[in-house]
Write a protein that binds this ligand. Structure first.
Ligand SMILES: [Zn+2]
Length: 341
C-alpha cells in the first residue's frame, strides 16, 4: 500500500477512535448525572471508564493518548478530578471494556424488570454514543466502544425459593485485533469465573460445560439498518461450550465455525456473572463425560485450567502487551490491574 494511502487510513482510524472515546465519556457523564447517585459511586465508575478508554487508546494502532480523548477546555479539571486513570493507563490493565462497565452500572444501579426495558434504554444510549453519517442512514461512522451484542442469562435459584437470578453481559467492545485480543486474554485470565475461562479456551471442543436445568440465555444484537435490537441465536462455539443452557432463540447452525475470535461473545460475560452471583449454580457445573465416563466438577475444572491453559495464555498476553511496549506486570501471580480510588 502506498505510504500516503496508509497514512490516510491511519488518520481516519485515529479520528474515529478519538471521536468514539470522547462521545462515550461525555455520554457516560450524562448517565451518571441523571442517575443522582452518590459522588463516590459516580467517581468510581467514571474512573474505570476513563482508564479503560485510555488503555485501549494506548494499545491501539495508531496510538491515542488520554489527552486526545478529553477536550482542551475540560482537560485540566479532568486530570485534577480523576488523576488515577491518567497515571495508570499504561501500567495497569482494565478488567472490562467501557461498554461492559456501562452495562454493569445500568444493571446494578437501576431497577429493570427484565431485559426488555433495559434494552430500550440501551437502544437510546447506543444511538447517542455514535457519530452517524446522515448520508448513509443510521450507519455509525464512529462507534468503536459500542457493544454489538448484549446477553441476558437467568436461573431460578433452588436454594433461594426459586428466586430468579439474572446477569447481563456484552460482547468485547473495542476496535482492532490487538486491543480486542488483549481484552479477551485479560478476561479469561483474571476476570471470568475459571469454568467459563476453561470453556472459552476449549473453543467448542470437548469437554463442554454442562449447566443444570433452568439456566436460560437470550442475546440481542443491535441491527444498524433497522435501528433496533433483535434477538439473536448463540454462535456454534457458545452452543457447544455451554451445554444444556436454554438459548432463546436456539442455535441455527450448530456446525458452523464462527469467524470471530473465541472469547468475543456476550454469552461469556453474562454466564460468568450469573455463576459468580450464584454459588449454588456454580457448584452444580460439571464437564460432559469423557470416553471413560468421567466428569470434572468445578474444583477440577479450575485445576485443569491452571495446569493446561494459564501459562500459555499469559505468554500470549505478554507478547500482545509487549507489541505495544507495555510490560506484563504481576503482583502475587495476578495481573496488575486498575483500582479506582
Ligand atoms: Zn458465541
Amino acid at each position: 500500500m502506498k505510504t500516503s494511502k496508509k497514512a490516510e487510513i491511519d488518520a481516519k482510524i485515529k479520528e474515529n477512535l478519538v471521536t468514539s472515546g470522547t462521545i462515550f465519556i461525555d455520554k457516560f457523564a450524562d448517565i451518571l448525572k441523571a442517575n443522582n447517585g452518590s459522588p463516590e459511586v459516580n467517581s468510581h465508575y467514571m474512573q474505570r471508564v476513563l482508564h479503560s478508554i485510555f488503555f485501549i487508546g494506548y494499545v491501539s494502532k495508531p496510538r491515542v493518548y488520554p489527552e486526545d480523548f478529553i477536550p482542551e477546555s475540560v482537560r485540566e479539571s479532568f486530570k485534577k478530578k480523576f488523576p488515577g486513570p491518567f497515571r495508570d493507563y499504561k501500567s495497569h490493565v482494565p478488567h472490562q471494556t467501557p461498554y461492559s462497565i456501562l452495562l454493569e452500572f445500568m444493571s446494578e444501579n437501576k431497577n429493570f424488570n427484565g431485559p426488555n426495558i433495559l434494552m430500550q434504554e440501551l437502544w437510546e444510549i447506543n444511538k447517542s454514543l455514535w457519530k452517524t453519517d446522515t448520508n448513509i442512514g443510521y450507519q455509525p461512522v464512529a462507534n468503536d466502544f459500542t457493544a454489538t451484542v448484549i446477553a441476558y442469562s437467568c436461573y431460578s435459584d433452588i436454594k433461594d425459593n426459586n428466586n430468579v437470578k439474572s446477569a447481563y453481559g456484552s460482547s468485547i467492545s473495542c476496535r482492532g485485533k490487538v486491543p480486542r485480543m488483549i481484552m479477551i486474554h485479560i478476561s479469561v485470565l483474571q476476570v471470568w469465573d475459571l469454568a467459563i475461562s476453561y470453556a472459552v479456551c476449549q473453543e467448542g471442543n470437548s469437554p463442554a460445560l454442562v449447566f443444570p436445568n433452568k439456566v436460560c440465555c437470550h442475546a440481542f444484537s443491535f441491527n444498524c439498518n433497522r435501528n433496533c435490537f433483535l434477538e439473536v441465536p448463540p454462535c456454534a462455539k457458545c452452543n457447544k461450550s455451554f451445554r444444556d443452557v436454554k438459548f432463546n432463540p436456539s442455535c441455527e447452525n450448530p456446525d458452523d465455525d464462527p469467524t470471530w475470535p473465541y472469547g468475543n461473545c456476550a454469552e461469556n460475560e453474562s454466564l460468568n456473572k450469573l455463576l459468580k452471583g450464584c454459588q449454588d449454580l456454580r457448584s452444580r457445573i460439571l464437564t460432559e463425560k469423557n470416553t471413560e465416563g468421567n466428569q470434572m466438577d468445578i474444583t477440577e475444572i479450575e485445576t485443569m485450567f491452571k495446569k493446561e491453559k494459564e501459562e500459555k495464555l499469559k505468554k500470549t498476553l505478554k507478547n500482545l502487551l509487549g507489541s505495544q511496549n507495555i510490560p506484563l506486570r504481576e503482583t502475587n501471580g495476578k495481573l496488575q490491574s486498575f483500582q479506582p480510588m
